[in-house]
Design a binder for this molecule. Structure first.
Ligand code: GRG
Length: 295
């Protein structure tokens, strides 16, 4: 666990340094928008998606320096999604990462633009990364666009989630929403790490499947945390899924059975790593991190 803690600390430090280069403090024009972006990006997220990307890439032998722009890009896409998810037209939340949400601090119009520009900055960061081959950059841009968009990505998952509010869903429908809304970007992060490490196609397939399981596990634990943790620990409003009548695992199964499901998905994710002839200690640690996190 000590090794994992050090790894996560190092990733946060390295990715934040790259984010700071890509979105430099004090850069102007337009100043308000720039401040809004930095407010949300540097609000203290866990940097889980960059950590998965780097853990996969390093397990396959890629130097960290080759992965930092893509890891920062993934975090920018994730932060954009949180800013937009918190807007009055969506979840209407006033707390994120323990701070006022972007629209509460800077106004709704600026928060919309902050999300928009984080997305374009993310794709520019990959396109401009001279440390990657042109082929890898195009492959990563295409993968991230797919995972962020429709018909099987974050935006389509968000739309399915909105459409489902207040409806009784089957467990397959809940799983589908989660796979798209949360799982797609986590899976893409794992696959990006494998692409940058020039992994063989069979290994990419293993990491895609690992990412899918980890994404599902992440969402199940997120649903559980919403009902078991306090707002102060989460850094976002607790109990929001219940009050918005969201389609979640605890709502469907109750939280004891949901906890058992989390263990099954965890075991499955760990089993998927057994066939890799690589050092998977950190990847296993990441699985445990998802299960044991409290925010
Ligand atoms: C608005 C386009 C658009 C998409 C929104 C990701 C998402 C789709 C909405 C966020 C809603 C939510 C709370 C989903 C549950 C899983 C999740 C993404 C949690 C937040 O991610 P963490 O825990 O957050 O990695 P930090 O702040 O640590 O980065």
């Amino acid at each position: 666990m000590h090794q994992l803690t050090e790894f996560l600390k190092g990733v946060t430090c390295d990715v934040d340094a790259r984010l700071d280069q890509l979105i430099p403090a004090g850069a102007t024009s337009p100043r308000t928008l720039h401040e809004a972006i930095r407010w949300s990006v540097f609000a203290g997220g866990k940097r889980f998606r960059p950590a998965i990307l780097i853990a996969v890439g390093e397990a396959l032998g890629a130097p960290r320096s080759t992965m930092l722009s893509t890891a920062a890009a993934v975090e920018m896409i994730h932060t954009y999604s949180l800013i937009h998810d918190d807007l009055p037209a969506m979840d209407d939340d006033d707390l994120r990462r323990g701070k006022a949400t972007c629209h509460v601090k800077f106004g709704e119009a600026t928060a919309i633009l902050a999300g928009d520009v984080l997305q374009t900055l993310a794709f520019k960061a990959v396109a401009d990364d001279a440390g990657l081959s042109a082929e890898d950059r195009i492959r990563i841009i295409s993968l991230l666009a797919e995972a962020s968009g429709t018909p099987y990505g974050m935006v389509s998952g968000q739309q399915l989630d909105l459409d489902a509010e207040g409806n009784e869903l089957s467990i397959q429908e809940i799983a589908e929403i989660h796979a798209q809304k949360t799982g797609a970007l986590i899976t893409a992060s794992a696959v990006c790490g494998a692409i940058i490490a020039s992994a063989r196609e069979e290994e990419i397939t293993v990491f895609r499947s690992f990412g899918e399981k980890l994404g599902l596990l992440f969402q199940i634990t997120d649903d559980l945390l919403d009902v078991t943790q306090e707002t102060a620990t989460l850094g976002k409003t607790a109990g929001k899924d219940v009050s918005s009548r969201k389609a979640t695992y605890p709502a469907h199964y109750g939280h004891v059975k949901t906890g058992e499901m989390a263990k099954t998905v965890r075991d499955d994710a760990l089993k998927g790593l057994n066939d890799l002839d690589r050092d998977t200690v950190l990847l296993r640690g990441m699985v445990e991190f998802v299960v044991s996190r409290n925010s």
